[in-house]
Design a protein around this ligand. Structure first.
Ligand SMILES: N[C@@H](CCC(=O)N[C@@H](CS)C(=O)NCC(=O)O)C(=O)O
Length: 213
């Protein structure tokens, strides 16, 4: 969604209930996962494949022009699942003890990203390559966005030892490209899903959940 927004192209979004996936969706999504982008009746799936396709066919280019930089950006995009686990390992957890274990485990992966931010650019950012949003930014931003939301309550402090990562997150969450990429009701929908899945952090949002009833 962020890549589409960065391309300033017209698109239509259909949200589905992942608890009750419609048949038409299961027919076009081989793994039953979102996102899927339908282009001229052809479904594309997997976020990275979709983003790469968009970058090939719609300007402006979000990948760096230099092939070496591009390859390194792609390599760091491949790190997203590991990074996402570092963050979600604190809040996709069922108890205080599991939160604590997630906090203990996170730094090993966050340190790699801190090093990458230091190595990959010869400027002060604020984004992964510099002053322009790239596909790496688009890939990481949704995970920073979800973490920032729960971090208000959880107060894990896991980013405090990683100033470049924290500054990158702040920059991404300060742009409308990212904040506008989710539904207006994102906060409450996210809270509902945390509560439905009985994650510990869900219990910290009782007031928000009650207000939404
Ligand atoms: N590797 C996939 C992962 C997509 C994914 O995990 N999507 C989740 C939502 S963020 C999903 O559709 N979950 C529903 C399910 O697995 O049933 C991608 O990057 O597109």
């Amino acid at each position: 969604m962020i890549a589409l927004r960065a391309k300033d192209v017209d698109f239509e979004v259909t949200y589905i209930n992942l608890q009750e996936k419609p048949d038409w969706f299961l027919e076009i999504s081989p793994h039953g996962k979102v996102p899927v982008l339908v282009v001229d009746d052809v479904p594309l799936f997997e976020s990275n494949a979709i983003a790469e396709y968009l970058d090939e066919v719609i300007a402006p280019r979000l990948h760096p022009e230099d092939p070496i930089k591009r390859a390194r950006n792609r390599a760091w995009t491949d790190f997203v699942p590991d990074f996402a686990k570092a963050l979600s390992g604190t809040y996709y957890t069922k108890s205080k003890d599991e939160v604590a274990a997630g906090i203990e485990a996170a730094p090993a992966r966050l340190a790699k990203l801190e090093q990458a931010l230091s190595d990959e650019r010869e400027n002060d950012g604020p984004y992964f390559n510099g002053d322009k949003i790239s596909l790496v930014d688009a890939a990481y931003a949704p995970f920073f966005q979800r973490f920032a939301f729960v971090e208000h309550k959880l107060q894990t402090g896991i980013l405090k030892d990683f100033p470049l990562v924290q500054a990158w997150s702040d920059a991404l969450l300060a742009t409308d490209l990212v904040t506008g990429s989710v539904v207006d009701t994102f906060d409450i929908e996210f809270v509902k899903s945390l509560k439905r899945r009985e994650f510990y952090v869900g219990s910290m949002f009782e007031a928000e959940a009650a207000a939404a009833e």
